[in-house]
Ligand binder design. Structure first.
Ligand SMILES: NC(=O)c1ccc[n+]([C@@H]2O[C@H](COP(=O)([O-])OP(=O)(O)OC[C@H]3O[C@@H](n4cnc5c(N)ncnc54)[C@H](O)[C@@H]3O)[C@@H](O)[C@H]2O)c1
Length: 258
């Protein structure tokens, strides 16, 4: 029987400089993993890497890349492989959104949301998967959103991109089960981060977010990032060795749809 830990695993977390990604990096290191943090914001990623290394005693390093840019992702992944030797777990966490009703959005906004939230996942999987296939071992955990399962007012493009992440993950899980590579999704509800705060810059966004927080069955509040991370650790660990193609909602019960 497997207990839940990540000892002797190398984990790559995108968007790990702050918010949910930072909590995931911390939880992975506390559970025994060495961690590579890949982020747009190299300075913040380096500060986080130093903090996490200090508290966990694990090897934790920061790498810079925009996940939306395949060339930059390739360069960063090569640097991670040169430094850590392998990648056992890929956590696609980097994401971006702003609150806007569909008719307030522009095609430029669609492009950015799709590039970061969907193409970013494709770029990272496309780059890391061949190494996992070669070793016939690996786990991918993609961070979607309950917006992508049930829809969410003011998040039309983002919800579509996250829905795409879910469908893509299930397909990848089918294609790579024979390679002993598992692909699962963690789907947060509302979570107290910079992204959540930025959604409240819009007048309607502030009201919608407040109403959503009030309707969370567990606690009538948003999650803390530390409440999302354990689900990622579990799905990344060998304890989840018989689980693939699944979506785990961590939303305090905000959504209970299938
Ligand atoms: N906060 C929520 O309420 C919530 C709810 C559901 C899902 N999520 C998802 O959780 C994930 C983390 O979100 P968060 O709330 O922690 O956001 P955040 O804005 O607090 O942190 C996001 C991190 O990703 C990095 N990042 C953004 N764009 C990037 C890019 N193109 N390339 C590389 N790094 C990039 C940022 O620099 C930052 O460090 C996202 O995928 C988000 O969609 C968040």
């Amino acid at each position: 029987m497997h207990t839940i830990h990540l000892q002797e695993k190398v984990v790559l977390v995108t968007g790990g400089a702050r918010g949910i990604g930072r909590a995931i990096a911390r939880a992975c290191a506390r559970n025994g993993a060495d961690v590579a943090i890949l982020d747009l914001d190299l300075e913040q990623a380096q500060r986080t890497a130093e903090d996490v290394a200090l508290e966990s005693g694990r090897k934790v390093q920061a790498f810079e890349a925009d996940v939306a840019d395949l060339v930059l992702v390739r360069a960063a992944v090569n640097a991670v492989l040169a430094e850590f030797g392998r990648i056992d777990v890929l956590v696609n966490n980097a994401g971006w959104d702003r609150f806007a009703l569909f008719l307030e959005t522009t095609p430029e906004f669609w492009e950015k949301v799709i590039q970061v939230n969907y193409k970013g996942v494709l770029n990272c999987c496309y780059t890391v998967l061949p190494h996992m296939v070669q070793r016939r071992s690996g786990a991918i955990v993609n961070i979607a959103s309950d917006a992508g399962r049930g829809g969410s007012m003011g998040e039309s493009i983002y919800a579509g991109a996250k829905g795409a992440v879910i469908a893509f993950s299930k397909t990848l899980a089918r294609e790579h089960a024979r390679d002993q590579i598992r692909v699962n999704v963690v789907s947060p509800g509302i979570t107290s981060t910079e992204l959540f705060r930025a959604m409240q810059d819009h007048r309607t966004g502030a009201k919608v977010m407040e109403a959503m927080a009030r309707s969370v069955p567990l606690g009538r509040r948003p999650a803390e990032p530390e409440e999302i991370a354990p689900a990622v650790v579990f799905l990344a660990s060998d304890a989840a060795g018989y689980i693939t193609g699944q979506v785990l909602s961590v939303s305090g019960g905000l959504t209970m749809v299938d």
